[in-house]
Design a protein around this ligand. Structure first.
Ligand SMILES: C[S@@+](CC[C@H](N)C(=O)[O-])C[C@H]1O[C@@H](n2cnc3c(N)ncnc32)[C@H](O)[C@@H]1O
Length: 255
């Protein structure tokens, strides 16, 4: 089963757009808040069940084109975005898209670090942008996650990404239950943990589960992210931490 299909299991199980996802979206897309989406033609690459497109549309995007490479994710996104006549959801791989200068904003949240060929995916996303359009990507960071790279990655690579995904969902309770008690007792010890301390248990569990399912998960250093877009037609490139200091936001303008 591919990573996309394993994520499809996740998005079928966690298909509801919870109001708390809005804060996550604002965090991941912080440089575009509060009005950056208004009136824009937007592409959401690797949309999952559509929770991020949902907020882009709520914030006044003119059109949102969302795509993902798994049927269950696409079905869930179509359901969640059905209330917006200006939303379209397609089943597509990021490697096969062929939009040319069609969007004002191309965003992708939590996707590029799961790809075997992130550079070619980024080249295609940039090609989809009109000159002057904005690329906004959120990815995992190495900085702040060294313990995941050291202790969780080997378990993910050798065990949890290989098991039937329903079994990994059950195994994830081994981490999510103690994490939940830790969050309730401490209220969170970092800006990110403080944020998720306010989440419901199922949400914390889904975050742990999400970490354990894919076969590829890069935790990049700032300079590694810059290297991914080197030579691509992008100016004013910045790699910045989001407000909750978890991961990196890559942002740049199409030349
Ligand atoms: C962690 S999920 C994030 C989903 C969504 N962006 C969100 O934040 O809710 C990663 C998503 O990337 C999608 N994905 C992975 N590889 C892909 C590819 N080659 N083409 C399109 N989507 C892909 C998966 O199917 C999955 O839905």
């Amino acid at each position: 089963m591919s990573s996309e299909q394993r994520f499809g299991y996740e998005w079928k199980k966690y298909a509801h757009v919870d109001p708390l996802y809005e804060g996550q979206f604002q965090n991941w897309m912080a440089p575009l808040m509060p009005d950056g989406f208004r009136g824009k033609d937007v592409l959401d690459a690797g949309c999952g069940m559509g929770r991020n497109s949902y907020w882009a549309l709520t914030y006044g995007a003119r059109i949102v084109m969302a795509f993902d490479n798994d049927d269950r994710s696409v079905d869930a996104a179509r359901n969640n975005l059905a209330v917006f006549p200006n939303a379209k959801v397609l089943k597509k791989s990021i490697y096969d898209i062929n939009w040319n200068r069609e969007f004002d904003i191309v965003f992708s949240i939590g996707v590029i670090h799961h790809l075997k060929d992130p550079k070619s995916a980024l080249a295609r996303l940039i090609e989809s942008l009109r000159p002057g359009g904005i690329l906004a990507i959120w990815v995992y960071s190495y900085e702040g996650n060294k313990w995941i790279v050291k202790y969780v990655n080997p378990i993910r690579i050798h065990v949890t990404s290989k098991l039937p995904v329903s079994m990994t969902h059950i195994l994830a309770y081994i981490c999510s239950v103690p994490l939940w008690f830790f969050l309730k007792i401490t209220g969170g010890t970092t800006p990110y943990l403080k944020q998720i301390a306010g989440f419901k248990f199922w949400h914390v569990h889904s975050i742990v589960f999400d970490q354990l399912i894919p076969d590829v998960a890069h935790y990049w250093r700032e300079e590694e992210i810059l290297a991914l877009v080197k030579g691509l037609p992008l100016r004013d490139v910045r790699v910045i931490p989001p407000p909750n200091k978890s991961g990196w936001i890559l942002i740049g303008t199409k030349i």
